[in-house]
Design a protein around this ligand. Structure first.
Ligand SMILES: Cc1ncc(COP(=O)(O)O)c(C=O)c1O
Length: 278
């Protein structure tokens, strides 16, 4: 069963519970995480919660709950939902106060939704997805998982209208990441991805892919690269909590490599799947 949570109470997703003066609603003044649950177990939960705490600190949000409290809240929600394979979205905002930009002296709000995980279409998983390249119009602090997602939403919509699954973003001539994913390419048996700067989100799936590359003895290079590297690559893939490891086979209408999911991407995805049942 899908369920929600808002400030101390588990609720139905249809319940109207957000007060009009909630700052997440009025300003997007908060941070969030999404955690995938496989077979009843949240995957990489500690890493997600650590990132949430870092995001909260970065926007000076006084998160009094630590990892242990948040972990038990999420586990309680998963048990209540009774869903073995689900996605947990957890939002923390600067609370409920009459509208004023300045920080109010009120407790933070914590909300959560738990829904069955949405699998990508099998055809996309097997044949790969298409992407387009767009200018990265976001702010300079993309390492914070902020609730402000307007530029991401606009870019994703442009991608969708161009029959693409993802928009790959370029800032100052170099690829940063996707609207909701990290971006990788393979050239001559090496993996390349953008380094962790304030312009990209330090993806949790990216950590897993880095570990897998090490285990498979595939060199993992973190360096800035121009979008042209992607169209000349042998393989391209993106990663995220919800799409896992997904091959990109066409960018701006141009086939990547053979135009089919590549060997290294496939090996990484297989190893990723193996980790889920460890
Ligand atoms: C902008 C952005 N980059 C990267 C990612 C991938 O991060 P993760 O692997 O932690 O889901 C996401 C995930 O939603 C994202 O929104």
């Amino acid at each position: 069963m899908e369920i929600g949570y808002f400030n101390g109470k588990f609720i139905s997703l249809e319940d109207a519970v957000i007060p009009i003066d909630e700052r997440g609603h009025q300003f997007g003044d908060g941070v969030y995480e999404v955690i995938r649950v496989y077979n009843g177990k949240p995957f990489m939960m500690d890493e997600h919660l650590q990132r949430l705490i870092k995001s909260a600190e970065a926007i000076k949000l006084p998160l009094t709950d630590g990892i242990e409290e948040l972990r038990s809240l999420i586990n309680e929600g998963i048990t209540k939902a009774g869903l073995a394979d689900c996605s947990v979205y957890l939002q923390v905002t600067r609370g409920i106060a009459a509208r004023l930009h300045l920080f109010p002296d009120v407790p933070v709000s914590i909300s959560m939704t738990i829904r069955p995980a949405k699998a990508l279409p099998i055809e996309m998983r097997e044949k790969g997805a298409n992407a387009i390249i767009l200018e990265d119009e976001r702010w300079s602090n993309c390492y914070i998982k902020s609730l402000n997602l307007l530029p991401n939403i606009l870019a994703k919509q442009i991608a969708s209208e161009a029959d693409c699954f993802e928009a790959i973003l370029v800032r100052d001539g170099v690829v940063t990441e996707g609207t909701s994913s990290n971006v990788f390419y393979v050239k001559d048996q090496n993996i390349y991805t953008a380094p962790l700067t304030r312009h990209i989100l330090p993806g949790i799936t990216r950590i897993v892919v880095k570990e897998i590359s090490k285990a498979l003895y595939i060199p993992f290079n973190e360096e800035h690269f121009a979008p042209g590297k992607l169209t000349q690559a042998d393989e391209v893939f993106i990663t995220s909590t919800t799409s896992e490891v997904l091959p990109i086979v066409k960018i701006d209408g141009q086939a990547i490599g053979t135009g089919e999911p590549g060997e290294i991407t496939t090996r990484i995805y297989e190893q990723f799947q193996a980790k889920l049942i460890e």
